[in-house]
Design a binder for this molecule. Structure first.
Ligand code: SAM
Length: 338
């Protein structure tokens, strides 16, 4: 076969990929077909549309149609390309972490707004860089929230926990990729248990009692866990606690898209039979770990608000506010520790 016979135009390949995904009823099939082709060719979107007649080799075409075949069976596009954008930043994603969702950007917006209001109230007018702020991200997954905050608040130190060591490995790589690994400390822990255990025992970071808790991992290249700056006498600890906890109900699993149900980690999806079960512990622990005036920002599931709002009541909490997402669903709840 001659070189020209083994070539095929970009336009033709894209058209065929798109048709296959449409026939298989893949959601957002046009975008998926484009993203997979961009991934295979290592090009950006403008290139594809400005070079429709460009010929690509059969090896690239074969790789593309192999990915199309996997996408047809329900594998998420992001698992095939290994990345997802969030807050204008590109994150590595694998089947070990939740794929960052656009609605989670509301968590960042609310957190930054609340911090800015706190600065104004304190009479500080300079640009908010979060100098000296101590922040915790609970259930960090890919670390999309922790890293977005680290980028916005270059004076802040962030502690990011997850119960999944596999997720933390991805989080760790993302922090390095975005050059914030010196300001994010990762901790394998059930919610905030890791912090509690250290405080209760007045112990160093390598002595953590909870079943899921492991030594505090520094995000630099050192293999030795770095000493935690959190000690028992620093209480309460954080200026801001954020979390996008698992909040889907197991009883809803049949209604999930197969891309989600069959490919994203169960530990990242389900909060319990109803979905909102983790919030009570999370809020109680957050209350014990926030400074007076500290801020809590939580992402909510579509049905979580009635169960969660009553947990943020006086005398512990004040200034409770709910933010809807673009679909009008109450998506974020925030409150201030009294
Ligand atoms: C909904 S995902 C959110 C991931 C990421 N923060 C985001 O917004 O994309 C929930 C994360 O919480 C973690 N997780 C689940 N149960 C946990 C627990 N009890 N303690 C700490 N992390 C937990 C999961 O492993 C998962 O990474």
């Amino acid at each position: 076969m001659s070189a020209s016979e083994s070539q095929i135009a970009v336009r033709t390949v894209l058209k065929q990929g798109l048709a296959q995904l449409r026939e298989a009823h893949v959601p957002s099939f046009t975008l998926a077909a484009e993203l997979l082709l961009l991934h295979v060719l290592g090009r950006d979107r403008t290139w594809i549309y400005s070079h429709p007649e460009e010929q690509i080799g059969s090896a690239d075409a074969d790789r593309y149609f192999a990915l199309i075949a996997r996408r047809k069976t329900g594998e998420p596009t992001q698992h095939l390309t290994g990345k997802q954008e969030f807050w204008g930043l590109e994150f590595e994603v694998t089947p070990d972490v939740l794929i960052p969702r656009p609605e989670t950007e509301h968590v960042i917006e609310v957190a930054l707004d609340r911090l800015a209001v706190r600065e104004c109230r304190a009479g500080r007018k300079q640009t908010l860089i979060g100098e000296g702020l101590q922040i915790a991200d609970i259930g960090t997954g890919s670390a999309c929230i922790a890293i977005a905050l680290a980028k916005e608040l270059r004076g802040a130190t962030i502690y990011a926990t997850d119960i999944s060591s596999a997720a933390l490995a991805v989080a760790h790589r993302n922090a390095k990729r975005h050059s914030v690994s010196d300001r994010i400390h990762f901790l394998e822990s059930n919610l905030l248990d890791g912090f509690t255990a250290r405080r209760a025992a007045n112990a160093g970071p390598s002595v953590v009692g909870a079943q899921h808790a492991a030594p505090l991992l520094a995000t630099d290249s050192s293999s030795t866990p770095r000493q935690s700056p959190i000690t028992s006498h620093q209480s309460p600890l954080f200026d801001l606690i954020v979390s996008n906890p698992p909040y889907i109900g197991r009883r809803e699993s049949a209604t999930l898209m197969r891309e989600v149900r069959d490919h994203e980690p169960e530990i990242a999806l389900y909060g319990g039979e109803e979905g909102y079960e983790l919030y009570a512990d999370l809020i109680a622990q957050a209350a014990a770990h926030l400074k007076p005036g500290g801020i809590l920002v939580l992402e909510l599931g579509h049905n979580s608000l009635p169960a969660v709002q009553p947990l943020l009541d006086a005398p512990t909490w004040t200034n409770v506010g709910v933010t809807n997402d673009l679909a009008g669903i109450p998506r974020v709840i925030a409150a201030e520790r009294l």
